[in-house]
Design a protein around this ligand. Structure first.
Ligand code: ACO
Length: 434
């Protein structure tokens, strides 16, 4: 039986049950179906004999296992739908600010104007990072990967906040959620500046969240064009949450041991770093650079179809149609180009998409552009180096990770995450003598 808290947003309970007959014993079992799922624990009742620990579900990579009940983000991968707290991503990306969306994701409703103003003031007041952290960066080579530095800085910031270990205290959690959302762009900008051998730029509380970020990256004297400021905010909104992806699962998994949120966010960032997840935008840019021109697209796709490499920025575990975020990013790219000039890589990307979407290989596997296919092209046009791309993803995803972490800690059903295994190794055997 899956608990329903009676909220309207959950919709009516699905009636029904799965009936099973165990061919080993002839015994019949009934598993209630609720919200399109059966409880795996119910399978544990299915035993061949009294010694049998009970049936387990085997699901490598969690392809068909729900590990939690969540009320934050909804995705319909077949229809290309993404909603935060019920609101379509297309509408949120139209007019809202990232900070308001972070509030929405964390609290369930859009903020009132008063809530929005005080939330913004609280976050901007928590953007500066203490002195030892910039010095931590000196331990990294200038050519060190910005994501590696970002992960380390998150741990370092956690060391500055030992009280954050008090994860069962709601007030304490609320403070550190704000601290992490506020500090994330500051730490991200510091990694960029370390790569250039430049000193960090202190946050400016009078600027908007995205404008302050751009200034902390490009320097006090940088001109922040309003179109680019808005594009940055839209990119932040699109990346804020994406339900139980690899990094969010890492956040929940590590957080389930009651590790502090800085350590959990560092673990989530490490998961995001991988080229199959948030590192894909970096891989896309490298791929576009390698392809070099539109006339090489066909040869490249031949290699992909032969299975020797992947078309980075294509395919998704959940989306089996066009990722709605990719559509918005593609549109935003043209707005950015109005200011920065056209990034020629867009033409290679458009040609890759055009041909791939007609090819049987991609059609049969339902592979479409994902969020990372066009984001790197905008980031490059904005002047960010490729290595910073996954860090740019982590800055807004911080709010999603923290909302999911909080939801996990408040869910009485959640315990320390600990999957089962099917052991197929040796049975007991003696260590050879001598
Ligand atoms: N290029 C070529 N073939 C692909 C691609 C791709 N990008 N993605 C999947 N396939 C093929 C696989 O080879 C496989 O083919 P097969 O059935 O002949 O063996 C089939 O499509 C299914 O692929 P899986 O790897 O089983 O799908 P999965 O759901 O495990 O992987 C993933 C999803 C990791 C995103 C994958 O599509 C991929 O590697 N894409 C490229 C990396 C990327 O863009 N990642 C960003 C995802 S969005 C995000 O994390 C923010």
């Amino acid at each position: 039986m899956i608990e329903n808290n009676g909220s309207d947003a959950d919709g009516p309970l699905e009636e029904g049950a799965l009936t099973l007959t165990d061919s080993r014993t002839g015994a019949d079992y009934r598993l209630d179906i609720e919200h399109g799922a059966v409880r795996a624990a119910g399978l544990g009742q299915v035993r061949a004999n009294s010694e049998d620990p009970g049936l387990a579900a085997y699901d490598p990579a969690f392809k068909n296992t729900a590990a939690c009940i969540s009320r934050i983000t909804y995705i319909d991968g077949d229809k290309g739908i993404l909603r935060y707290r019920g609101y379509p991503i297309e509408q949120l990306a139209e007019g809202a600010s990232y900070l308001d969306i972070a509030w929405l994701i964390l609290n369930g409703e859009l903020p009132t104007p008063a809530e929005s103003a005080s939330w913004r003031a609280e976050i901007t007041g928590l953007q500066a990072v203490p002195d030892p952290l910039p010095r931590m960066l000196d331990g990294f080579n200038e050519d060190g990967h910005p994501m590696a530095m970002f992960i380390a800085l998150l741990s370092g910031l956690g060391a500055q906040h030992p009280d954050s270990k008090n994860v069962t205290d709601a007030g304490c959690r609320a403070f550190h959620i704000k601290r992490l959302i506020g500090a994330a762009p500051t730490l991200a900008a510091m990694t960029y500046r370390r790569g250039k051998g430049l000193a960090p730029v202190a946050p400016d509380e009078d600027l908007s969240f995205p404008a302050n970020f751009l200034r902390m990256v490009f320097g006090e004297d940088a001109h922040i064009d309003p179109t680019l400021e808005r594009a940055m905010d839209v990119l932040f909104i699109l990346h804020a949450d994406h339900e139980q992806n690899c990094s969010t699962s890492a956040m929940r998994g590590v957080g389930s041991s009651h590790a502090d949120p800085y350590s959990s966010a560092a673990a989530a960032s490490a998961a995001l770093y991988g080229p199959l997840h948030g590192g894909a935008n970096e891989a896309v840019l490298k791929m576009l650079t390698e392809i070099g021109s539109k006339d090489r697209v066909n040869d490249f796709l031949k290699e992909v179809k032969s299975g020797s490499r992947r078309l980075m920025g294509f395919g998704h575990r959940v989306y089996k149609s066009y990722d709605p975020r990719a559509k918005i990013i593609k549109r935003t790219a043209y707005e950015v180009f109005e200011v920065t000039g056209r990034n020629p890589k867009i033409d290679i990307a458009l040609e890759l998409e055009r041909i791939a979407l007609q090819e049987d290989y991609f059609i049969r596997r339902r592979l479409y552009p994902n969020v990372d296919f066009y984001s790197g092209i905008i980031y490059e046009a904005l002047g960010f180096p490729v290595g910073l791309f996954p860090v740019l993803f982590a800055v807004p995803r911080m709010s999603g990770w923290l909302a999911q972490w909080q939801e996990m800690l408040e869910d009485p059903e959640q315990k320390i995450a600990r999957p089962k295994q099917l052991y197929l190794g040796y049975d007991e055997r003696p260590v050879p003598a001598g």
